[in-house]
Design a protein around this ligand. Structure first.
Ligand SMILES: [Zn+2]
Length: 147
């Protein structure tokens, strides 16, 4: 174990871990990052205590998954009539240098959007993965009814 000082710019914290990335993960897991509708990225400066050795680690924090109306939880599907796109590859759209995939829950109609080419607004890094959710709408609810 090594002692690291982790800092997102607001709250430095000493954490014992085996590696800078492990220390950063623990730093982010223990933090409160508030409510956010999409994945956010915490850029953590990790310095080995007593040295000048430091590195930056980017840790994604996904939004909390909204609860499903069904006690069994969400059942993510890609029905073409709801999510659109190509018939042979429903719900998949190009996004920058990657792809975006839309799925919808067959039980409550909530949408889940996965983006394989997201950008961290803080430092402009591209090609990251993000997740967001959208409330059910008439189209998805009508499909759920007939599922
Ligand atoms: Zn659901």
């Amino acid at each position: 174990m090594t002692m690291y000082i982790c800092d997102d710019g607001n709250a430095p914290l000493e954490i014992a871990a085996d590696s800078p990335s492990e220390a950063a993960e623990e730093y982010v897991t223990g933090g409160d990052w508030g409510n956010h509708a999409e994945t956010i990225w915490i850029n953590v400066q990790v310095r080995e205590k007593g040295t000048d050795q430091q590195t930056w680690v980017k840790v994604p924090v996904d939004p909390e998954e909204p609860a499903c109306d069904d006690p069994d939880g969400h059942n993510w599907q890609s029905p073409h009539e709801v999510v659109g796109g190509l018939e042979e590859n429903p719900g998949v759209f190009s996004s920058g240098g990657g792809a975006k995939k839309i799925t919808v829950c067959a039980r409550c109609g909530t949408y889940r959007i996965w983006d394989g080419w997201a950008t961290d607004p803080e430092d402009g890094e591209q090609g990251l993965e993000s997740v967001s959710y959208r409330d059910a709408d008439q189209k998805s609810l009508a499909w759920v009814e007939g599922f």
